[in-house]
Ligand binder design. Structure first.
Ligand SMILES: C[S@@+](CC[C@H](N)C(=O)[O-])C[C@H]1O[C@@H](n2cnc3c(N)ncnc32)[C@H](O)[C@@H]1O
Length: 347
């Protein structure tokens, strides 16, 4: 018998994220399901019952016999043993992303001579991976592209990725795409209501627009992108997913395009965490009387309130009020710097 959090399925992803953050989810045991749409999350010994039930008042702590997860024998971690020194294994295992059938890996400094063996091991572990490429060089400033070097597999950087029921075609050498925003895309998409006008600045190949259109087909989306290659993929993705009646792609610089749009927007998404502040005035000017913005930025936790003040200051200058709705950690960036999404209301 193990102690488990019994919670309604609808609350499942929020609860899982919370338990993972607190290190209270026992990952050696399978998550259980019960009748009436409940999930059972196995808990580690150190969980705080009072805090947990305060966070999820409708949930219960129950005792159940849940199945133990068998340790996967051929996991990447196991297979890397003997290929690279033990101290690097966790770093390598954590470092890679998979987009479609391409794995993109970061080779730790000093391990370059072993990069081919790492790539072969990765490809052997996951037969669905057809290409392993390494990050080579820094991310470019405007289009956010990074040079990739293929280590093993087919000589291509184009692939088809699937996410939340949409098909996303991309050439990773020509356009930015990160699967790490997947949870964020769904989180935002679920907030969009029928008839909303949504503006996606810095739209890339269109993943935010596509996932929103899938979740809320009764909205209208304007998606602006500067990189002509990324824009072409966005057009193609809209076509493949048959969303031409929902998403309007626009090629150009948001600085020039947004002021020319006639519409005012109920929701504005800005995914340019490095320099989004430079464009924030555009959001305040394009916002409907009452609107919600999802603004991405990089910040250390202890500097976040300063950045939020900056958002309010820019709004005030343009006679708009800002009410902070949420501060969401949306991934790590550097050792003490996180990627955040600040959701705020504009009125
Ligand atoms: C961090 S990427 C995000 C792309 C996309 N939203 C996604 O999540 O995959 C930022 C994108 O903004 C584009 N970009 C940069 N400056 C821009 C500008 N002034 N106007 C329009 N797009 C811009 C880049 O080409 C890049 O595709």
């Amino acid at each position: 018998m193990v102690r488990a959090l019994k919670i309604k399925k609808e609350k499942g992803s929020e609860a899982k994220k919370y338990l993972q953050e607190k290190n209270w989810l026992d990952t050696s045991i399978m998550i259980g399901k019960s009748a009436q749409r409940y999930l059972l999350f196995p808990l580690t010994e150190k969980f705080d019952e009072r805090l947990l039930l305060k966070k999820f008042p409708d949930a219960k702590i129950v005792e159940r016999s849940l199945q133990k997860l068998e340790k996967k024998k051929g996991s990447l971690k196991d297979l890397l043993k003997g290929v690279i020194p033990d101290k690097y294994i966790d770093k390598v295992v954590r470092s890679y992303d998979v987009v479609g059938d391409i794995a993109i890996i970061e080779i730790p400094k000093g391990l370059e001579r072993l990069e081919k063996s790492i790539a072969w091991t990765l490809k052997r572990t996951y037969p669905n991976i057809k290409v392993v490429a390494k990050k080579a060089g820094k991310v470019g400033e405007i289009y956010r592209l990074r040079k990739l070097e293929i280590l093993t597999g087919e000589k291509r950087t184009e692939t088809i990725h699937k996410e939340h029921g949409v098909i996303i075609k991309v050439d990773l050498a020509k356009a930015y795409f990160s699967p790490r925003y997947s949870g964020e895309r769904l989180r935002i998409a679920k907030q969009v209501k029928p008839n909303e006008k949504v503006l996606v600045m810095f739209a890339g190949i269109g993943p935010f627009a596509l996932v929103i259109a899938k979740e809320q087909p009764k909205c209208k989306i304007w998606a602006i992108e500067l990189n002509p290659d990324a824009y072409k993929f966005m057009e193609e993705n809209i076509r493949i997913n048959r969303m031409g009646h929902i998403i309007k792609p626009i090629l150009g610089d948001v600085r020039e395009v947004v002021p020319k749009l006639k519409e005012k927007f109920d929701r504005i998404i800005m995914v340019l965490p490095e320099s989004g502040f430079e464009f924030l005035d555009l959001a305040f000017k394009a916002a409907a009387e009452k609107a919600v913005a999802h603004f991405y930025l990089f910040s250390r936790e202890d500097e976040l309130s300063e950045k939020i003040e900056e958002i309010k200051k820019i709004g005030k200058k343009l006679n708009r009020k800002v009410k902070i709705l949420r501060k969401v950690k949306a991934g790590a960036y550097a050792p003490r710097t996180q990627r955040w999404c600040i959701d705020f209301e504009i009125s």
